[in-house]
Design a protein around this ligand. Structure first.
Ligand SMILES: [Zn+2]
Length: 153
């Protein structure tokens, strides 16, 4: 798994986890990576030190910062269908094994941690700062590489 800090066209910054750099590229190229705050699919990696090991040392040595925008050209290490199947399976597993609690996620996660309600697996939505606060308090949360099902509009 690899974590990217992403930024949408409205300057929202958020973290997302992907199976691999190639998985991110494939999803991003298809507009399947969306802002966790506004839902915009115009997202890109926020400028930061690259955390990805290049396949070839020569490529790393020659990599100028300007390459950041050219990531979509990178060859995929796995077929896109395989990536989609993996994400679909992950989504099914999450949706089958945990309750969707929407924007109540933070409150419910905290209540379970404090013993105010029985523990169960949940998924929902949280702002980046809220998710970070949960982690700071030792509450195990993980960003999902997809948006939960919810009503559109
Ligand atoms: Zn946004």
């Amino acid at each position: 798994m690899i974590r990217y800090t992403l930024k949408c066209d409205k300057e929202h910054s958020f973290d997302s986890w992907f199976a691999s750099a190639a998985a991110y590229e494939a999803l991003q190229a298809r507009g399947m990576v969306s802002c966790t705050i506004c839902g915009s699919t115009t997202v890109d990696k926020a400028l930061m030190a690259p955390a990805v090991r290049p396949a070839r040392k020569a490529a790393a040595a020659a990599a100028p910062e300007a390459r950041a925008g050219a990531g979509a050209e990178a060859p995929l290490s796995a077929p896109q269908t395989g990536i989609e199947e993996a994400f679909a399976a992950m989504r099914q597993a999450v949706e089958a094994n945990s309750d969707y609690v929407g924007v109540n996620f933070v409150a419910e996660a905290r209540a379970m941690h404090e013993g105010a309600m029985p523990e169960r697996a949940i998924h929902g939505e949280a702002r980046l700062d809220e998710a970070k606060a949960l982690l700071d308090d030792g509450i195990p949360v993980m960003p999902l590489p997809f948006l939960p099902k919810r009503s559109r509009n």
